[in-house]
Design a protein around this ligand. Sequence first.
Ligand SMILES: Cc1cc2nc3c(=O)[nH]c(=O)nc-3n(C[C@H](O)[C@H](O)[C@H](O)COP(=O)(O)OP(=O)(O)OC[C@H]3O[C@@H](n4cnc5c(N)ncnc54)[C@H](O)[C@@H]3O)c2cc1C
Length: 542
Amino acid sequence: MSPNYYRHDVLILGSGAAGLSLALRLRDDISVAVVSKRELTEGSTRYAQGGISAVLDERDSIESHVQDTLKAGAGLCDPEVVRRVVERGPDNIRWLLDQGVEFTRDAEYVSAGGYHLTREGGHSHRRVVHAADATGQAVATTLEDCVRSKANVTLYEQHIAVDLITSRHIQGHDQHRCLGAYILDRGTGQVETFLTRFVVLATGGANKVYLYTSNPDVSTGDGIAMAWRAGCRVANMEFMQFHPTCLYHPEARNFLISEALRGEGAKLLLPDGERFMPRFDPRAELAPRDIVARAIDHEMKRLGSECLYLDISHRPADFVVEHFPTIHARCLEFGIDITRDPIPIVPAAHYTCGGVMVDHRARTDLAGLYASGETAYTGLHGANRMASNSLLECLVYSESAAQDIEQLMSGHEAPSEVPHWDESRVTEPDEEVVVTHNWDELRRFMWDYVGIVRTNKRLRRAKRRTDLLAQEIIEYYSNFRVGNDLIELRNLQEVSNLIIQSALRRRESRGLHYTLDFPLKDRTQRGPTILIPDSYQPRESE
Ligand SMILES: Cc1cc2nc3c(=O)[nH]c(=O)nc-3n(C[C@H](O)[C@H](O)[C@H](O)COP(=O)(O)OP(=O)(O)OC[C@H]3O[C@@H](n4cnc5c(N)ncnc54)[C@H](O)[C@@H]3O)c2cc1C
């Protein structure tokens, strides 16, 4: 019996802030599929601590938020995009409130509607709404509740997209267009064929390419790799943001120690207790993230130390527990009482500034394909993302994508059929160790050679390794039945290659890209790094 097709109007790959807000914004008469490779809320959104930036206070201004973002982006932001996103901020926060997100209140902030605003690195005003130190949890669970009760949305959890289906898969299709996706049901092991009018990549970032990351396991750059294979351009992949302070403990995976601790006076210490940041920057612990991460990386390499320390124990215990309840509780689980003990930390890959190129409607180079959230490159972040601007970007671009899809809906039909996933020539994998070994090797050499401080020699060394890995993965992929780990490894390899290629092209140090070979900023290199796949075709106007 031939397998079924899964048919919907819109297929959204990913269920973070970008994916779920888009699903909720689409009209009720549009049939929507949301695909999530684990359970619905497992993604970076859920782990966001700090908050979401928007101009809500009368002492603040759009202009000030725009200027702060441009400054953080080190000359590479698209000023038009920055202004558009910042202007849409207040409405998008109201939209979240309408969905039921409970941000922390404070009656003193009258002009901000009684919501407490915090201030983070790079922001010259208090403009970050938050839900204590677990904003992402509040956003993710509220959007989850809303989407679960929406009748036009079908949720496919534990399903992982393997590749996009484009008109190249069928003969005689005139317009170059995205038609759906092949999706592995992790429960049954079957690859299903989804046919839709529009596909949205909302698959998050690619920070799992690095050994240490603040991100959950799902952040393997799948959307970027799939779009690249389907012929879309990607940009600015050299700008990977490293968060200076992740908890270092053998059993703690990916736990971030928010920069709000440093905002409240926490000091960074060497293992012997010496405070070192004043040696690197007059702003000391409050210097921008990239400077703090580089200083920690430098000291760890100099001392051969596995971690350094962050200490807030000089503040009153009540204050620490009240302001940082999640961090306090999580550290206690590992025997660290942050009201008394310094916290062991390492820097970790945190945010992917680059991604799939989109226009202001979130359209990619391929008709019918959109991208929103961390998987997209919009031009907002430039060479460095300012704290709390990323959730805002998810909301604004998903709002735009929803509007554009609704406008174009009547003009496009999904194809009636395409070839199903062909498994006739593959067998069960014989040596899973190939996959696990390559996962570990890739993340280790990306950390060592393509991390916080780079050189051309190290980048070329990493390039040789990704090229070798590519051969092995293609061979494995062509001969054996696909599984979750292999799909992710293939994407990690693809994205690592894009990061390395982009880093080699940028012959200067700017924002998050720091290379010892070109330690200064070069004023002539003020454009994004754009990589164009062989299969790229300029998009026809619609
Ligand atoms: C610890 C931490 C703290 C942060 N704090 C803040 C903050 O305070 N403020 C802020 O603005 N930003 C913060 N960020 C960044 C921000 O959280 C992310 O940029 C944002 O949540 C990304 O949302 P998203 O919807 O694009 O992706 P995600 O929330 O990562 O969701 C990605 C989704 O895609 C799914 N997926 C991935 N690949 C596939 C596939 N192949 N098939 C099917 N599904 C797939 C995943 O399962 C998941 O559902 C933080 C990030 C981290 C990790």
